[in-house]
Write a protein that binds this ligand. Sequence first.
Ligand code: SF4
Ligand code: SF4
Length: 328
Amino acid sequence: MKKRQPHVPMARFVEAMPETSGNAVNGLGETEVRQASPFFWHPPKRQTHAALQKEVINYLQSCPEIAEVFSPKPPGGRGPATVEQAAEVESGSAEEWSERVKGFALANEADLVGIARMDPAFVFDGYEITDPWVIVVGVGMDYEELAQTPATFENPVGAVVVGKEYNRASRACKKLANFILEAGYPAKAWPGPYASALNMIPAALAAGLGELGKHGSIINRTLGSRFRLSAVTTTMPLLADSSDEFGIDDYCTRCNACTRACPPDAIFEEKQMVRGVEKWYVDFDKCIPYFGETFGCGICIVHCPWSRPGIADNILRKLAKAADRDDG
Ligand code: SF4
Ligand code: SF4
């Protein structure tokens, strides 16, 4: 096979890289379990890579179509203003409320929804979330648009779709938070892409939205990795969903489509020890410069076979058949 030329990052991103490796901040190689440190997409004062983040955002804003969709007032908006919490609490069991919030979310711009009991692992170090429940929402991205990655000034579609769906995820979580507030319970919406206290990936895994893939993104059994997340935390009585395991760990061990497709070779082929847990891991220091110059990259998501519409069902059927053969 022809060897790919090594990717040479743009000077503006190399110059903005701090001395501290992003992988060190993420705890690569650490054997003790600990909370994740606030990192990229966090407020500048809370993180080590603020200058690099600023450079990535400046570059993103130099493309008008991408700047518009990531602006505070994008087409379609970012969702309603927060309503007052109702003085009277509407009664309902945890089972009833779980059904109602999921039904509301799915009828109000969400494509996926799951519930998890709050866990310290879902909170970035130095922050606190006291709500006992997190409702995680996923919104799908159009594959044909996403497949136009990497985005360029001439064709920014692959980045515009990401911004567009982050905005839908924002609207979905804000509407859901208002629904809960109107029922008399506290609720807080957590839209992306900027991060704050809530570490959304572990929460989404616990809420049953999918399994972690080798490319560091979640793989869902229907949407693959072509979706974006937002969330709502609340004290409303709810029931936790189970995590959804359908063979991704094994599948990723045999498939290297994302590692082969990643231009800066950022995706580790083997699991790594990260903050006391062996897991799939993407080399931040290699990924981000390419991510920056392509307005968010996403090549690994597009190349993941699970992300192609209509393919996930086929793969699941094959995995089920293989499991039956192994059992028999
Ligand atoms: S986002 Fe792009 S650079 Fe980063 S891991 Fe995926 S393919 Fe590689
Ligand atoms: S492309 Fe293959 S190895 Fe990479 S995340 Fe998807 S299934 Fe796993």
